[in-house]
Every structure is written in C-alpha cells, then in structure tokens.
Design a protein around this ligand. Structure first.
Ligand SMILES: NC(=O)c1ccc[n+]([C@@H]2O[C@H](COP(=O)([O-])OP(=O)(O)OC[C@H]3O[C@@H](n4cnc5c(N)ncnc54)[C@H](OP(=O)(O)O)[C@@H]3O)[C@@H](O)[C@H]2O)c1
Length: 331
C-alpha cells in the first residue's frame, strides 16, 4: 500500500502554479503504540494555505519546502493502537494533502457523521463555520435591525456569515463575483441582496443596496472591496477583518484611500484568527449544528476528485472558481 501525497516544491511569486507542487509516493505508515492510522477521505482547501506558501513572517509558521502541504482532513480510522480511537471511527484532523495520516491522536477529533455528511465537518461544521460565528457574533456583535455586508458571500465563510446575520434579525447584503453566485446568495441562502463586484460599479451598486449604510462589515476580500465599503459605513460601525484574499497573490499591497471613515465614523475594526479563539468552538459548533439540522443554515460544496486534482482546485479557489466550500474527495 502506498501513500500518495502532495508536497510544496517551490514558493510562488504572485499567483500559485501547479509547478509549485509535487506529487510523491511513500509507504503507508504503520502505527506504533499509542498511535492511530487514518485513511483520509476528504481534504479541505482553504485560502490560508496561500499565506503559508510564502517565506514570510505571519501568525503561523510557514510551510516548509519538500513537506506535505498543510490542510484539514476528514477520514476514517483504519488501525488504532490508541485507546481513544477504534477502527471505523470518523475523525477530523490536520493530516494535510495526503491519503493517509498517522499520529498520536493529538488534534484528532471524532465526529458523528450519521446525521450530516462527513465533509461538512471541514466546512459549515468546521473551521470556516466557526470563523463565521466568531467573527460575526463575538467581534461584530450585530443587533437586530442592523445592516451587514459580507464579501466573498457565496464562499465557505461568507455564506454562513450572512445566514447567521439573518437569524439574528439583521439585513444581510453580500458581495460576490458573477450573477450565478449572487443568485445563489439571495435565492437559496436568503440574503436580502447581493452585489456582483465584477460589473465594475461596486460603489454605485453597493450604495443602491445599502441606502442607509453599513453597521457591520465582515471582510473576506480586502483591497478595493474594503475601500469601497469604508465609504458607506455608518457611525459606530464594526468591521471584522477575517481575510484579504484579493491581496494574497498580489505583488504590491493595495493602499486604502478611505481610512478617514474609521475616524469620522468612530469605527471599531478588528482582525482575528479563528484558532486564537479555541474557547469559543465548543459554543459555536453546537449552535451551527442545530441550525444546519433545522435547515436554517444551508451550504454547498465544490468537490474536486482525487488527490492529484488538489493543486488545480486550490488555484481555482484563489481565483473564485468554487461555489461554497472547496473540497477534494480523496477516496
Ligand atoms: N481569520 C480567520 O481565522 C479565517 C478563517 C477562515 C477563512 N478566513 C478568510 O476568509 C476568507 C474566505 O475564506 P473561505 O474559506 O470562505 O473561501 P471562499 O470564500 O469559499 O473562497 C474564496 C473566494 O474568495 C473570492 N475571491 C477570490 N479572489 C478575489 C478577489 N480578487 N476579489 C474578490 N473576491 C475574491 C472568490 O469568490 P468570488 O467569486 O465571489 O470573488 C472565492 O470563491 C478568506 O479571505 C480567508 O483567508 C479567515
């Protein structure tokens, strides 16, 4: 039995290319005493991986060259020499871009995949869902009747942000690329409106969708999107800087022009990283689980087939080719 895996072959300059990755084979590891062997069934692809590919100081260690690409995985225990796990258990962990993972079980969590598909634990019931919950409810603290704007609105995080905002009695306006994504956000997810930034008239269209301005801005994109939102903020608005995906492959940073809005509107703007708020996961996950089970939060997945498709699918994610959570089906 072999373990196919994808390693970082070189660091990208600007856009990621398939040449930045290399597919390798290694023997499937044999678990030692206290260890567990997992067959990964699903791999999560996430924008943060782009940052790890750089040789730059950040909130987390960089991805080393020649090492298996970092990534969240969901799979099934095939052999266990650890009393916490038994063969057949469904688990979520961080085994990266490979078919098998073997570890002492730290950071590996059993999940109940009898009511929801296993893949959901990498999306709406996993890191992206909790990111939406933490950024919106803990950082922005929206009140019923307020207006929220969220960018990358059809994506894994953004789609959950808008739906939670609606559950809390807010008006939710999305920003997304293209009419198909905007239709999905409004007609299927129940946002009040969605602006297609690819039309090239973002300010005019956002202003029309937000006649009274923005109370809460959940920012996933940055650059021109954030700069435009700043022009429409209301006094005492909150901005959660969750991500800046428009900047991840940029060679020059975008200089914000409308930062004056933060002063004149007394805005509270805060960046956050969901893994800093581990104490909130135990509160967020049951709530998200109940909303999903009750049909109050809907989600979609874009699924690439097979480990070898991961580099291509990751590049697609960074370019907006995904609708909802981007996954790779490994088996
Ligand atoms: N702070 C944290 O702890 C944390 C945790 C998870 C995720 N994040 C951040 O949250 C954001 C969303 O992540 P996700 O996993 O939910 O990904 P996602 O939204 O499912 O996928 C990324 C989306 O970003 C949009 N996008 C890409 N380039 C863009 C550009 N130049 N301008 C505007 N939109 C662009 C695309 O949608 P369109 O087609 O609509 O452009 C694409 O589908 C990312 O910035 C990510 O880094 C932060």
């Amino acid at each position: 039995m072999e373990n196919r895996r994808v390693v970082l072959a070189s660091r990208p300059a600007g856009w990621v290319t398939e040449a930045n990755f290399r597919v390798e084979s290694a023997p499937v590891p044999r678990p030692k005493d206290g260890e567990v062997l997992v067959k990964n069934l699903w791999l999560s692809l996430d924008p943060y991986m782009r940052g790890r590919m750089n040789d730059a100081k950040s909130y987390a260690a960089k991805q080393e060259l020649g090492e298996v690409m970092i990534g969240g995985t969901a799979g099934e225990v095939v052999e266990s020499r650890n009393p916490r796990f038994k063969a057949g258990d469904k688990v979520v962990g961080m085994y990266g871009w490979q078919q098998y993972g073997c570890s002492d079980g730290k950071g590996l969590n059993k999940v109940d995949a009898s009511q929801v598909p296993l893949s959901a634990f990498l999306g709406v019931l996993g890191m992206p869902g909790v990111t939406a919950w933490v950024g919106l409810l803990d950082i922005c603290q929206p009140k019923a009747g307020e207006t929220l704007v969220v960018s990358a609105a059809s994506g894994a995080v953004g789609s959950v942000v808008g739906q939670i905002a609606k559950l809390k009695g807010c008006r939710a306006v999305g920003i997304a690329g293209g009419s198909a994504k905007c239709d999905y956000v409004v007609k299927e997810l129940g946002f009040d409106a969605c602006v297609d930034y690819k039309q090239g008239t973002l300010y005019e269209d956002l202003k029309a969708a937000l006649p009274e301005g923005i109370d809460v801005c959940f920012e996933n994109v940055g650059g021109e999107t954030l700069d435009t939102a700043l022009r429409l903020m209301k006094p005492f608005a909150r901005i959660a800087i969750c991500g800046l995906i428009s900047q991840y492959s940029a060679t020059e940073p975008y200089g914000l022009r409308n930062i004056r809005s933060v002063l004149v509107n007394r805005i509270r703007m805060q960046g956050f990283i969901v893994s800093d708020r581990l104490e909130l996961w135990a509160k967020a996950l049951p709530e998200l689980g109940a909303w999903v089970a009750g049909g109050k939060i809907k989600f979609r997945e874009s699924v690439a087939q097979g480990l070898e498709s991961a580099p291509r699918a990751f590049i697609g994610l960074l370019k907006g080719e995904n609708l909802g959570k981007q996954l790779v089906k490994l088996a």
